[in-house]
Ligand binder design. Structure first.
Ligand code: NAD
Ligand code: UDP
Length: 375
């Protein structure tokens, strides 16, 4: 990992923070940070795209607890909760489109459950929204006041519209109940712990390059994205969560450095010294042509700016994937055996996922003796 001094100071008194989606890519890094800062973390995840190996180093920490749970179902917790980061939702188009109804339910029903929990506990809550709320934007770059251009009927709509509806609920809970609800509109984020099979461009290209396989460019590669390294995003998320209540409405968090998909392919080929060639495929339906955040609001109100240059963040990410691709022994992780008869066997597991199962265990109390390797 790149290490940068975070702008977010260690909190004076330990708070209890609920992180939904905490076993996923961004969520697991957030759990790491919060625990390191002395906060009590409850990680809730249904392991749809999350991995226990992401949170394994935290499992026996006294301030960390894992609950396997689908937020589409009610969650009742006895203890006080101070903060809720609602990150639960698959982020990769491949995964969110595989179960569109599940995605929509997670965004709408799941967010509603978390908002109710926040209300019950008088907790502050932050929603991980997305640049996808801008759809295939007709305005460039995208500022928070742009209302977007989303196809409500296309294959991306389950995610885009689900996240839009969640934003609406967050605003209504603030208006109706005075709930301290915040919305981060996250732009494309990358870094270690992305899934190698999740279909996102950075993970796909790096894995293909490392294997000297053709790089799959969708369309002609002139579409653009702006990629933010995960450490930078986490700084922004924490600052948004801990900012004053006057920070109202959605806040873009992303790196404004815009780059074409073709350029990203060449950069990754250069960095990996790969012999990969470029192979062109049809552009998926509704694939946004250009995306770049305007981050004036975050700069002004949070004093936040991304600091990790793309080349540098990619180098770290390539290092991570090299281990996963070339050193299978290195990536083996030991997980506690399932010990509880399944109450929640209906878990959705996307293609290619390992489907490891620890059912409803509070892992800080899980048995340590019996372990099994997971690839
Ligand atoms: P991820 O798929 O790695 O993590 C999502 C986590 O949520 C996984 O651990 C998954 O198992 C869990 N999850 C999914 N549905 C759930 C449910 N119903 N109940 C409980 N857990 C559930 O994705 P990520 O990249 O870490 O994204 C985290 C959040 O940030 C998501 O809400 C995503 O929409 C948002 N976001 C991410 C990006 C990005 O580029 N990574 C961009 C914009 C927004
Ligand atoms: N993309 C690509 N090849 C791939 C994966 C993605 O050309 O193997 C393109 C995709 O069509 C899109 C961009 O890269 O234009 C970013 O895709 P990703 O799924 O990472 O994120 P999103 O489309 O959600 O921004």
């Amino acid at each position: 990992m790149l290490t940068w001094t975070s702008d977010v100071r260690r909190t004076a008194k330990p708070t209890t923070v609920l992180v939904t989606g905490g076993a996923g890519f961004i969520g697991s890094h957030l759990c790491d940070r919060l625990v390191q800062k002395g906060q009590r973390v409850i990680c809730v995840d249904n392991l749809y795209t999350g991995r226990l190996s992401n949170i394994r180093p935290l499992m026996n920490h006294p301030y960390f607890r894992f609950i396997e749970h689908d937020i589409c179902n009610l969650l009742s917790l006895a203890e006080p909760i101070d903060r809720i980061y609602n990150l639960a939702c698959p982020a990769s188009p491949v995964h969110y489109q595989k179960d569109p109804l599940g995605t929509m339910k997670t965004c709408v029903l799941g967010s509603h459950h978390m908002l109710e929990l926040a209300r019950e506990k008088s907790a502050r809550i932050l929603q991980a929204s997305t640049s996808e709320v801008y759809g295939d934007p007709e305005v460039h770059p995208q500022a928070e006041h742009y209302v977007g251009h989303v196809n409500t009927l296309g294959p991306r709509a389950c995610y885009d519209e689900g996240k839009r509806a969640a934003e609406t609920m967050f605003c209504d809970y603030r208006r109706l109940f005075g709930l301290d609800a915040r919305i981060a509109r996250i732009f494309n984020t990358y870094g270690p712990r992305m899934l190698e099979n999740d279909g996102r461009v950075i993970s796909n290209f790096i894995v293909q390059a490392l294997r000297n396989e053709p790089i799959t460019i969708y369309g002609d590669g002139t579409q653009t994205r702006s990629f933010c390294y995960v450490d930078d995003l986490l700084n922004g998320l924490e600052l948004l969560m801990e900012s004053g209540r006057e920070v109202d409405g959605p806040c873009n968090l992303g790196n404004p450095h815009e780059i074409t998909i073709g350029e990203i392919a060449r950069l990754i080929i250069d960095q990996t010294g790969s012999r990969s060639t470029l192979r062109y495929h049809p552009l998926p339906q509704d694939d946004p042509k250009r995306r770049k955040p305007l981050i004036r609001k975050a700069e002004k109100l949070l004093h936040w700016q991304p600091r990790v240059p793309l080349e540098q963040g990619l180098r770290v990410t390539v290092g991570y994937f090299s281990l996963r691709v070339f050193a299978p022994d290195e990536k083996e992780v030991l997980l506690p055996r399932p010990r509880v008869a399944s109450k929640q066997r209906s878990r959705r597991v996307p293609d290619g996922m390992d489907g490891q199962g620890v059912e409803g265990i509070r892992l800080s109390k899980a048995p340590r003796a019996k372990c099994r390797p997971v690839s």
